[in-house]
Design a protein around this ligand. Structure first.
Ligand code: ARG
Length: 657
């Protein structure tokens, strides 16, 4: 049951009498921001008045006169210039809540027309350590998978692993030249990851070193331009005018940027040169950059030794990732990595060329797409295929294999140009029926506002990040337990079990509760606050209900089946009851623009309404058994809604905290 859609259904025939396309007007039915104006507010009489050349109030009156809504709402109220304020009837709220209470799905109906989705998410590059950015894709993708499925859609979740790229060339090169065999035998993934880092460091060293002189030049040029600019402005007496200030700031920021990059390059160079062993390695492997590319090319062209190494490394890397997925409770339907498509790349290029959609340019094969400056390169001069080629092959495969209605890619915003081009190219290629959407998300920042890093400067590894969250959660849970009025209740093992749930939840929820397109600041303290829009608060609200049940020795099954009617006498009861009925609206929003934060916002609103209710409406000490029973049921419905809502976000609850 979805109140908003129900209201729209009732308004539709009335508006259809007045205009040919009522859909835009239906969008003007919204939940009221202030209960003074009822529960829902309808603002369409104003634009309609203009359109029909009538006073909006008159239009509002006409609409209200035609509206069939008495079962659902009190008499509509027309306010101000022509707002229609709707107040849902208490009897109706009670009736609906009784129904959802008796339903495992809490009254959320499945969509009439299910769609088939492929959701491409997580998709880390194997052999490179996973980092905090991958968690966002994993967590958002998982929440979307769960929510869309719950609504009745079919979802194929696909982990498009980066298991065929240059990083394999890197570890193959590393393995051939720098591996410590005994370490590899003992801890293969640790050794491979050390090799990856070492090779990466040497490549970066040579690149940084080769670029130093140019960087210095660039800085000098910018300094000179800035000087000249200042002088010219001074001579013209224009130092203070707006445009001059703006240009000056832009030059200054370019200079600051160039200096920062040069400093970074220098520090990369220094780190290697100040270490005797590393410096020797770097000197010995001066051509490492191109050597790695050729190892990758050999892998792709079927070189036996490299293929064999790849087959040997992959399961180790895969197992390492699986530990993270197990901890996060994330399951994929399929895991077709990039390697799965490599046999098809050749034919993708041929198909695009024969259809005249791609052509040779400076030795490479490119798609020149209207509206894009740079071409979409699908084969390099040296014959190598690219990320783009694989993604085109992937679309073709998914369409043939599953015929989905939509493919969603949960990938960070830095790849948006890639996806714009990919979708454009795929449509030209004939895949123009399917919805292709990039579910873009922002960067995870440290408290200094820069991309989240550890103190040593390396991007934070996922596993240590999760461990740290669980540790912090243990202190939160322990402190909370110590503070209990009748003394602590939890044994140490119990605290640990709860901390594992709370810690993982906090990380997931922090990711999900921020509008996905914005960057967000990673802070353990904020994400585990007991007050505010956090998983911890939500889990706490849930546990609070369970503790009432425990204290009152409530038989929950009996409570649910008793059928005692709900009473919504107090304003806080009514507000909570109505909020409970809005769950479906929140889920609908998640499915519309693929933003799980609609659901977290909803849960937060619900928890706040519950908190107000809890403050004003005694439950176990209610006036009489009828009221007590009714309030217990409101508690139960709140807990179940929180539990189901969190479950759709991939988050568990605990009975005690
Ligand atoms: N492996 C890529 C990365 O880590 C993400 C892949 C996303 N999916 C895709 N079909 N391109 O950057």
């Amino acid at each position: 049951m979805n109140i908003l859609s129900l209201l729209k259904k009732r308004f539709y025939p009335v508006l259809a009498e007045l205009v040919s396309d009522p859909d835009v007007l239906l969008e003007m039915i919204r939940p009221s921001q202030d209960p003074k104006f009822g529960d829902y507010q309808v603002n369409c009489a104003m634009p309609l008045g203009k359109q029909l050349g009538k006073p909006p109030r008159e239009v509002a009156e006409e609409i209200v006169a035609q509206l069939q809504i008495t079962d659902l709402c009190e008499d509509p109220e027309i306010a101000g210039p022509g707002f229609i304020n709707l107040r849902i009837k208490n009897t109706w709220i009670v009736e609906q809540l009784m129904k959802s209470g008796a339903d495992k799905r809490l009254g959320i109906v499945r969509v009439d027309t299910p769609r088939k989705f492929v959701i491409d998410f997580s998709s880390p590059n194997v052999a490179k350590p996973m980092h905090v950015g991958h968690i966002r894709s994993t967590v958002i993708g998982d929440a979307l998978t769960r929510s869309l499925r719950f609504l009745g859609h079919e979802v194929i979740s696909d982990n498009h692993l980066g298991d065929w790229g240059t990083q394999f060339g890197m570890i193959i090169y590393g393995f051939k030249h720098f591996a410590i065999k005994s370490d590899y035998e003992r801890q293969p993934v640790d050794e491979l990851s050390r090799l990856y880092k070492l090779v990466n460091q040497l490549i970066e060293y040579h690149q940084a070193k080769a670029g130093l002189a140019d960087r210095e030049d660039h800085i000098l040029q910018l300094e000179q331009r800035l000087n000249e600019f200042s002088k010219a402005m001074e001579e013209a007496g224009r130092q203070k005018d707006k445009k001059a200030k703006k240009d000056r700031r832009s030059l200054e920021s370019q200079l600051a940027d160039a200096r920062e990059k040069a400093a970074l390059a220098k520090s990369i160079v220094m780190t290697v040169e100040s270490d005797q062993a590393l410096a020797t390695l770097a000197a010995k492997h001066a051509e490492i950059g191109s050597a790695v590319l050729s190892e990758t090319a050999k892998l792709h062209s079927g070189d036996e030794e490299n293929r064999q190494l790849w087959h040997e490394f992959l399961p180790h890397c895969r197992a390492d990732m699986q530990r993270i997925y197990d901890r996060l409770g994330v399951v994929f339907n399929v895991e077709h990595g990039e390697s799965f498509y490599h046999e098809q790349l050749e034919s993708v290029v041929t198909s695009l060329v024969t259809r005249g959609l791609a052509r040779e340019s400076e030795g490479a094969i490119c798609m020149f797409l209207e509206g894009f400056k740079a071409p979409f390169i699908i084969r390099k001069k040296d014959g190598a295929f690219l990320y783009a080629t694989t993604d085109l092959a992937t679309i073709q495969f998914r369409m043939l294999e599953w015929e989905p209605d939509a493919i969603l890619y949960v990938v960070d915003h830095r790849q948006s140009e890639h996806f714009d081009k990919l979708f454009f190219g795929a449509r030209q290629w004939g895949h123009n029926q399917v919805e292709l959407t990039h579910i873009s998300f922002g960067t995870v920042l440290g408290e200094d506002g820069k991309p989240f890093k550890t103190r040593s400067g390396a991007a934070v590894g996922l596993e240590s990040l999760l461990d740290e969250a669980v540790n912090k959660a243990l202190s939160v849970v322990s402190e909370n337990d110590e503070r209990k009025p009748n003394g602590p209740e939890l044994k140490i093992e119990e605290r640990q079990r709860i901390a594992a749930v709370v810690g993982h939840a906090a990380i997931k929820y922090a990711d999900l509760s921020h509008n996905r397109t914005s960057d967000y600041v990673f802070s353990y303290d904020k994400m585990m606050a007991l007050e505010g829009n956090t998983a911890t608060y939500m889990q706490y609200s849930y546990a609070r209900v369970q503790s009432i049940f425990a204290r009152g020795h409530i038989d929950v099954d009996a409570l649910r089946t008793a059928g005692t009617p709900l009473e919504i006498a107090h304003a806080a009861e009514r507000a909570l009851a109505l909020e409970l009925l809005r769950f479906s609206e929140a889920l609908q929003e998640v499915a519309t623009d693929y933003r799980p934060n609609h659901l977290t916002n909803y849960l937060f609103e619900l928890a706040k309404k519950y908190s107000v209710f809890f403050e004003h409406c005694p439950v176990l000490k209610a006036d009489g058994p009828q009221q007590r029973q009714s309030r217990l049921r409101l508690c139960d419905l709140t807990a179940r809604t929180i539990q189901l809502g969190l479950e759709l976000l991939g988050i568990d609850v605990v009975d005690r905290m």
